[in-house]
Ligand binder design. Structure first.
Ligand SMILES: Cc1cc2nc3c(=O)[nH]c(=O)nc-3n(C[C@H](O)[C@H](O)[C@H](O)COP(=O)(O)OP(=O)(O)OC[C@H]3O[C@@H](n4cnc5c(N)ncnc54)[C@H](O)[C@@H]3O)c2cc1C
Length: 437
């Protein structure tokens, strides 16, 4: 057997979430052989929500996690709960995937509400604020994006509304935007608190979660799936691969075709100092979550202690933290001059799994085995909502009832090269951001 892995901890993130969130449940590493009905690889929102749904149905489940629950994207994101994809709209999704696409759109429409309901159901203190999610437009012409989204989502029963310039000004406390749209079911959470809360709930419900237990690979042996780890193995009837943008991080042989169908891009997150009550009352006074229409995205929300949680993208790989601090302080000063001097107490990052068309990918890996990947930076709500779908899938619910449009894994040609050059897309986005549509 291979030697024991080094401990990989959320504390290494340096995020505001790891500094301010109570610990998760004890998740001992797997030692020896385990058998179960369903093995889940990865303890982010997807894996934990799947485990919880399975336990709710009385099904035995073992989760193996390379680090600890919430170590991946789930514990270090901006915490915006957004019931849309980043680019594809409902018409695009349904045109591509037909009836499965329609079911997926319905899941997406409801995913923010599903997340907030679940936090309430399990009594998870995730600093949840269902204040709505707003997407303001950064040029006048882009109001067409909002109009299109409002039209498509209202047709499908989502509680969305078009906002004019004055409404956005009073909602965000800023002159910077030209209108937009909002969805009342969105909002924000402390994502690490939610991940740890889901882990606590899953353990309490009888799930076995093994931390510091990287899956090296999985294979089919007879009628079982076998997941190999450095100091043991799990044999199971069904399998869910929930490693998303971190699929290649701990074992190159885990699922190389899935790892290579997306490009992990670093997304930087930052937390300001606690802002004064006066500033708080005039910057996003209704405490909505906000991400705008820039390709080089502008995004912000308050946390429970009134820090503004924001961030940005940066290209050249030198002195990134200090350069980001200067760049984002200048940006915040432009958006909200009333903020005054800004200090960043926390700067951290994480991988967002991008696909070439901004669509997530869903896969059947074999009998009773499923995976998804490609969150494109917008799947806090979606990942939580998908747990119930994966739980149904492993119980044999037919494809025609699942909200997952399955495709075959399609690795990107020259993935290593694409991964190297993909960050340069930022230059293109910045150029497009300056253009009116
Ligand atoms: C910086 C950042 C900001 C973001 N902001 C937002 C936002 O505001 N709103 C939004 O909607 N979305 C956002 N996202 C996206 C969102 O965080 C993700 O879509 C979501 O958390 C995905 O959850 P997951 O459970 O599928 O994957 P993850 O949370 O990444 O979980 C995968 C888990 O698999 C584990 N793993 C990997 N390999 C192995 C292995 N070999 N064996 C065992 N375990 C393994 C990892 O350790 C990890 O814990 C952001 C993402 C990032 C990185």
């Amino acid at each position: 057997m291979a030697s024991a892995p080094e401990k990989v901890s959320v504390a290494d993130h340096g995020s505001i979430w790891s500094a301010s969130t109570p610990g998760g449940p004890v998740c001992p590493p797997l030692a020896g052989a385990a058998t179960t009905d369903t093995v889940v690889i990865g303890a982010g929102f997807t894996g934990l929500s799947t485990a919880l749904s399975l336990r709710k149905a009385g099904i035995d489940v073992v989760v193996v996690e390379a680090a600890e629950p919430g170590w991946g994207a789930s514990g270090r994101n901006n915490g915006q709960v957004i019931p849309t994809l980043s680019r594809p709209d409902p018409d695009d999704i349904e045109a591509r995937h037909g009836e499965a696409g329609e079911r997926f759109v319905a899941l997406l429409r409801d995913c923010a509400a599903t997340l907030f309901d679940m936090a309430r159901e399990y009594g998870i203190d995730a600093e949840a604020e269902q204040t709505g999610w707003v997407q303001p437009v950064h040029t006048p012409g882009r109001i067409r994006i909002s109009e299109r989204r409002v039209a498509q989502w209202s047709k499908r029963g989502a509680p969305v509304e078009l906002l004019d310039r004055a409404q956005v000004r009073s909602m965000l406390g800023s002159e910077a935007w030209h209108g937009g749209f909002w969805n009342r079911t969105g909002g924000h959470i402390n994502p690490l608190a939610l991940a740890r809360g889901l882990a606590h709930a899953a353990v309490l419900a009888g799930a076995r979660i093994h931390g510091q237990t990287p899956a090296l690979d999985y294979s089919r042996q007879g009628d079982r799936w076998v997941v190999r780890t450095p100091s043991g193995e799990v044999r199971a009837r069904a399998l869910v691969l929930a490693t998303n943008a971190y699929t290649g991080e701990f074992s190159a042989s885990l699922a190389p075709r899935i790892a290579r169908e997306l490009v992990p891009i670093l997304s930087w997150q930052m937390a300001t100092q606690v802002l004064s009550d006066d500033v708080r009352a005039s910057v996003i006074p209704g405490r909505q979550a906000m991400s705008d229409t820039h390709g080089d995205l502008y995004f912000a929300r308050f946390d429970a202690r009134n820090r503004l949680i924001t961030g940005g993208a940066i290209l050249a790989p030198f002195d990134r933290r200090e350069r980001l601090k200067r760049m984002i302080a200048e940006r915040l000063g432009r958006l909200w001059p009333q903020i005054g001097e800004v200090r960043f107490d926390h700067v951290w990052n994480g991988y967002v799994g991008m696909t070439d068309d901004f669509m997530p990918r869903f896969h059947r890996l074999g009998p009773d085995a499923f995976a998804w990947a490609g969150c494109n930076g917008r799947a806090v709500g979606l990942a939580v909502a998908l747990g119930a779908e994966f739980a149904k899938a492993v119980q044999g619910v037919p494809d025609r009832e699942l909200a997952m449009p399955f495709t075959e894994p399609a690795p990107l040609p020259l993935h290593a090269v694409v991964r190297r050059v993909a960050p340069l897309m930022l230059l293109r986005y910045r150029r497009l951001d300056r253009a009116e549509i």
